[in-house]
Design a protein around this ligand. Sequence first.
Ligand SMILES: Cc1ncc(COP(=O)(O)O)c(C=O)c1O
Length: 463
Amino acid sequence: MTDLNAIDQRVFPPTARRGRECGRVKVGGLAVTDLVAQFGSPLYVVDEDAARDRARLTREALQREFERVGTEATVYYAGKAFLCVEVAKWMLDEGLNIDVSTGGEFAVALAAGADPGRLGFHGNNKSEQEIARAVAAGVGSIVIDSEQEIARVAAAARAAGVRQRVRLRINSGVHAGAHDFLSTAHEDQKFGLPMSRAVDVAQQIAAHDSLEFLGLHCHIGSQIFASAAFRESAKRLLSVYAELGEKLGAPVPELNLGGGFGIAYTPEQADDVPDIAVLAAELADIVAQGCAEAAIPLPKVAFEPGRSIIGQAGVTLYTVGTTKSVQLAGTGDAADQGKYNGFAERLYVSVDGGMSANLRPALYGADYHAVLANRASEAPAQLVRVVGKHCESGDIVVHQELLPADVGESDILAVAATGAYCWSMSSNYNYVPRPPVVAVREGEARMIVRGQTEEELIAQSVI
Ligand SMILES: Cc1ncc(COP(=O)(O)O)c(C=O)c1O
C-alpha cells in the first residue's frame, strides 16, 4: 500500500520532509506554502546543500578511485543540465570544472568568475566567434566535433598566439540509457565522428602546431545505471589509443568518458541507481583493465555528469487549478500497470505550468513523481495525470501518479527530481513566463534566477 503522504528522499532532496503537525512539505527548512507565497507559482526550488554534496561526493569518489588505479580524474559539471551564475559558483567551489556547449553557457561560467582554464567547450556547430572568444579567453579545452572544426580552432589559436588544448569527440558505437545498451558499428546522429576516423583525424589535429591533442571524448548516453556500457565503450576507445600512441610517437594523455550517470525520477527507479562510490570504483577498474589489455599507460580521465549532480536537488512547485475525471474502462488506457492498476477513472489535475517549465515528459515521455505538498491527506488514492496549461494534449507534467482523491483547486504539488534539464530547456510557449529559481539552504531562500513577466515577453514584439 503506497503511503501518499510519504516524502521519498531517494527522489526528493535529503532535506525534504513533511511537517508532522501541519502536514506541509518543507525543503531546505522552508515550507512550500511560504515559498509559493513569497516567490509565486510555479516555482523551481533547488536545495543548495544537496547539489553541492552531490557534486563533491562525485568528484571525490572519481578522484579517489582513479588515484587507486594510478591516474587522475577531473570532473566537469555538464552545464546544459542547469546553469546559472550561482550554480556555476557552487560547482567551482566544490572543485568541479564546467562543461559548456555554447557561447552563452561559456559567458555564464565566466560571469560566475570561473578560471577559463577550468572550462571545456562542446558543441557540434560552434560558430567562429564562439571559438575565437573561448580561445582568446583561455578556455581549458575545446572538444572538436567535426573535421571542419580543426582548421577553425587552429586558426583561432594562431590568432590568439596560444596552443589550444583540444579533445576529439568520437562515437564508440555504444549507446546507453536506462538499463541496457545498444552497440552499433555505424552512427546516424549529429555528434562526433565515427570510430573509424579517430586515428586519421587525431593525426590531423596533432599536425597543427597551434593545437595540443589531449585525447578522445565519448559520451554514450544518459540515464545509465550500470557500468557495462562504459566498459564496452572504454575498451573500444583504448584499443584506438594503442594505435594512436604508435602513430603520434607518444601515449595519448587523456580520455574523457562523458556523463550520463542515471538518477531516480520515481521511487520505483530508486533501487536501480548505483551508489556513486561503487560506480566510480567500477569505472576505474574498467579503464585500468582496458589499458592493461591494450598494453598502454593509463591516461588521465575526465567525466561530465550533469543530471546526477543537480537533478535530485531540484523540486518544482505548482498550484492546482482545475480537475477533471475521465473514465478509463473501454479506452484501452486502463492497462496501466503495477500500483496504478484497477482504477476505473483517471483524474486530470491541471497545474499552472506545464511543458514550458518541464519539456521532458512531452519530449521523451519522461516519468516524474509528484506529491500533494501543502497538506497531508487521509483521502484514498486516486490515479491522476498531472497536466499543464498549454495548448497541447501532450502537455503532461506527470504521466501517472497516485494522489489523495481530495486533491483540488489551490493545492500545491511538488514534483521531484526536476533540477536537471527543466529550467534549462524551458520555453515561453503560449507566452507563459518562465518561473524563477530559488535556492534554499538552512531555512533561507534566495532567488538565483529571476522569473519573467508577461510585460517582458510582450516587449519582445516590435510595435
Ligand atoms: C557531451 C555530453 N556530456 C555530458 C552530458 C551530460 O549528461 P548527463 O546530464 O546525463 O550526465 C551530455 C548530455 O547530453 C552530453 O551530451
